[in-house]
Design a protein around this ligand. Structure first.
Ligand code: URA
Length: 210
C-alpha cells in the first residue's frame, strides 16, 4: 500500500460503526457488527495483494485464472480486543496463519506491558496484518509492530476500527513503513487514553465485561 493512512469511508462501514458507537447497542450486536465491519476493512487492506495466474479449465475452455501469489497471510491479533477484528478477517481469508500478541496497558503510565507472544514462523515471507480495533495512544500498536519486526516481519499492515490522531502520529513516527487502515479518525484522546467520541472500551463492549 502506498498511503500511510487509509480511511474506509464506505457507507456500510460508517453506518455499522455509528451503531457500534451508540452506548445502547448490546454486546451481541456490537460483536456481530464488528465482525461485519472487519470483513469490509479486510477487503480494503488486502486490495493490493500480489496476484499470479493458474491454469484451470472451466466447463467451456482452459484459462489462466487470477489467484493470490506468495505465502499465506499472517494475521496477528493484539489481545484481547484484536480477536473481535480477527474473526471477521479470517472469514474472508480462512487460510491465513494466525498469531497473538498479549499486551495490556498500564492504566497509570499508558505504556504497554507484554504478557504473551506466539506468531507463525516465516514472518519474513508473509504479508503480516496486525489487528487491534482501537489505535489510541499508539503505544501498544507501536510495541506490537516492534515485536513483529524483531520476529522477522518486513511487510506489515495495521488494521483498526477507530484511530486517534495521536495514535496515527505515534505510528507514523515509529513505523512509517506500516500502512494503517481504519474506519474512522476521531477527535482526540481523553486524559485516560480513551478515544473521543470513540465507542468506549472495545474489549468490554465486545465481551460484555466492565
Ligand atoms: N482502547 C479502547 O478500547 N478504547 C479506547 O477508546 C482506547 C483504547
Amino acid at each position: 500500500m502506498s498511503q500511510h493512512l487509509t480511511v474506509v469511508d464506505h457507507p456500510l462501514v460508517q453506518h455499522k460503526l455509528s451503531i457500534m458507537r451508540d452506548k445502547e447497542t448490546s454486546t451481541k450486536s456490537f460483536r456481530q457488527l464488528l465482525r461485519e465491519i472487519s470483513q469490509l476493512l479486510a477487503y480494503e487492506i488486502t486490495r493490493e495483494l500480489p496476484m499470479t495466474t493458474k491454469r484451470i479449465e472451466t466447463p467451456l475452455e482452459p484459462m489462466d485464472a487470477p489467484v493470490l501469489d506468495g505465502k499465506k497471510l499472517a494475521l496477528i491479533s493484539i489481545l484481547r480486543a484484536g480477536n473481535g477484528l480477527l474473526d471477521g478477517v479470517l472469514e474472508l481469508v480462512p487460510a491465513a496463519r494466525v498469531g497473538f500478541i498479549g499486551l495490556y496497558r498500564d492504566e497509570r503510565t499508558l505504556q504497554p506491558i507484554q504478557y504473551y507472544f506466539k506468531v507463525p514462523e516465516d514472518l519474513s515471507d508473509r504479508l503480516v496484518i496486525a489487528v487491534d480495533p482501537m489505535l489510541a495512544t499508539g503505544n501498544s500498536s507501536a510495541a506490537a509492530v516492534d515485536l513483529l519486526k524483531e520476529a522477522g516481519a518486513t511487510n506489515i499492515r495495521f488494521l483498526c476500527l477507530l484511530a486517534a490522531p495521536e495514535g496515527i502520529q505515534r505510528m507514523k513516527e515509529a513505523h512509517p513503513d506500516v500502512p494503517i487502515v481504519t474506519a474512522a479518525v476521531d477527535k482526540h484522546l481523553n486524559d485516560h487514553g480513551y478515544i473521543v467520541p470513540g465507542l468506549g472500551d472495545a474489549g468490554d463492549r465486545m465481551f460484555g465485561t466492565k
